[in-house]
Design a protein around this ligand. Sequence first.
Ligand code: PDD
Length: 292
Amino acid sequence: MSRLAYVNGRYLPHGQAVVHIEDRGYQFADGVYEVCAVLGGCLIDRDFHLERLERSLAALAIPKPMSRAALLVVLGEVVRRNHIVDGLLYLQVTRGVAKRDHLVPAGLRPALVVTARRIDLAALDAKAARGIAVKTLAEIRWRRRDIKAIGLLPNVMAKQEAHAAGAAEAWFVDDDGLVTEGASTNAWIVNAGGQLVTRALSHAILAGVTRRALLGTAADLGLAVVERAFTPAEAMAAREAFITSATAFVTPVIRIDESPVGDGRPGPIAMRLRLAYLEQARAGRGAHANHA
Ligand code: PDD
């Protein structure tokens, strides 16, 4: 079965899906994106993703490529035509095609690309059951990390550096010595009192959709959450640590740099949250009712 991609109004075979060389996304990383999990053929937290997409577009004054209703049709078609049961949907909106000039010309038509691929849920579950290591690195990104912009070079570099050190994720540490977030995930710890701690929303981090939904899951499980920043030292001394994203769901962290977290095994609270999160997501319950 061949993969299809949506490119500016057309569904094309993946290998023939191309954009113009003067697309501003290509030249300036002038665009935004979303990654949305698909479970059982449903887009998880669809409305949260669309809300964030609209916020990112508005922050950069890129017009919406189409109405929310029309976009939902396209997203559904890409999932359906690719026969995705469990997978990931990627959507990217760039400012459009124009002669290379930093100044944005008037009247540009935004470009929309949507792709989807399958994921191996069993492999992701196995990874979570093992837990991952993270490596702390200096925060070198720009100051509008709340915008889900496609310019991800620092994130790519950080992920590479973490990988070279045997870690699956990098945690950025800002000039105040506080963890901002991961290269492609939000960062959490469980403190000695059993409270979940994750950095409060601001321009410093991406407002993760999984983070948002998990706040609901935590409330459903009666777990207290404190939204504040923490240092790597606090995380290393924490009972548990974990990351969240549309691709990792909830994945336990068992080592930060050279320090094991807790007893060096995935924590029970993180694993409980993962299970509850996935169960609610699949059923469209709790905070996930927005994808039903
Ligand atoms: N990354 N922080 C950053 C920097 C991210 O890139 C992401 C998502 C998150 C988690 O957000 P969410 O829960 O909405 O996935 C936090 C996606 C998955 C990616 O770039 O592949």
